[in-house]
Ligand binder design. Structure first.
Ligand code: ADP
Ligand code: ADP
Length: 225
């Protein structure tokens, strides 16, 4: 589903964010991307979304070399990827329903499909009955659930989550992890950047650890120390 071959990405001659990074992620895997601040996690996630391009190496996503991909193909790539953020990035003037529906409207899903699929995904994430709330009327955990519903409603092949529990208390974060685990078990590949050791060491999924842009650990059912 994802393949990086000898990827090097620098922002300047002094700042090498990723250095000769290679790994494969199979369909349906759950991967934690860990490492201290500045180790290259966000750069990695931006590469997968083709928001950045490396100066060396190859990046394959869903069977396509995304480095040579013409800009006109990038929207199609992004339909295969759902993104989840630490700060949720919900539209504050739209309701829960409208936030999720928007992800379907922008790719031209017909209204009757939206009317059926939005309630179904809100039920999946545990927000049935809260369709008409605005983001400020929800707890942080609930806002993250809306953001997961929005990322998942179009059934992407890959979910990319950047510190999704970073703003949540431990108990709420655990609920979010259970939800992501459930979504992963439907066959969705998940790549999650985090520095929450407790979560990584509880979930025991694959761990890819970066240190100053270099992979220092790639371990199945791994830990983060
Ligand atoms: P992490 O997500 O693990 O904190 P980043 O990928 O954000 O790591 O950063 C890796 C390195 O690249 C750091 O040295 C950071 O300062 C640098 N960096 C990240 N983004 C940029 C940017 N847009 N311009 C210049 N340097 C950047
Ligand atoms: P948490 O325990 O996750 O932090 P809160 O105590 O913030 O949750 O919220 C508990 C319940 O109250 C949630 O169901 C949430 O939807 C609702 N709620 C929170 N803030 C508001 C608000 N400003 N207006 C309406 N409902 C709210």
């Amino acid at each position: 589903m994802i393949r990086l071959e000898n990827v090097t990405k620098s922002y300047s001659t002094e700042v090498v964010a990723l250095r000769d990074v290679s790994f494969d992620v199979a369909k349906g895997e759950f991967v934690f991307l860990v490492g201290p601040s500045g180790s290259g996690k966000s750069t990695m996630l931006r590469l997968l979304n083709r928001q950045e391009r490396p100066e060396r190496g190859a990046v394959w996503v869903a069977g396509r070399n995304i480095i040579d991909m013409p800009p006109s193909r990038v929207p199609h790539l992004r339909r295969n990827i759902g993104n989840i953020f630490q700060d949720y990035k919900l539209l504050s003037n739209k309701t829960v329903f409208e936030n999720v529906a928007f992800a379907q409207e922008v790719i031209g899903r017909p209204k009757h499909v939206i009317r059926q699929q939005v309630p179904a995904v809100l039920d999946l994430v545990g927000l049935a009955g809260k369709e008409d709330r605005f983001p400020h009327q929800l707890s942080g955990g609930e806002q993250q659930r809306v953001s997961i519903a929005r990322a998942f409603v179009n059934r992407p092949l890959i979910l990319i989550a950047d510190e999704p529990t970073g703003n949540l208390d431990p108990g709420t974060g655990e609920g979010i992890m259970r939800l992501l685990d459930r979504i992963n078990k439907t066959g969705t590949t998940i790549v999650m950047a985090t520095h929450d050791q407790r979560i990584v060491n509880t979930m025991r999924k694959r761990v890819i650890q970066l240190d100053r842009g270099v992979v220092v650990r790639d371990q199945a059912r791994g830990v983060y120390q």
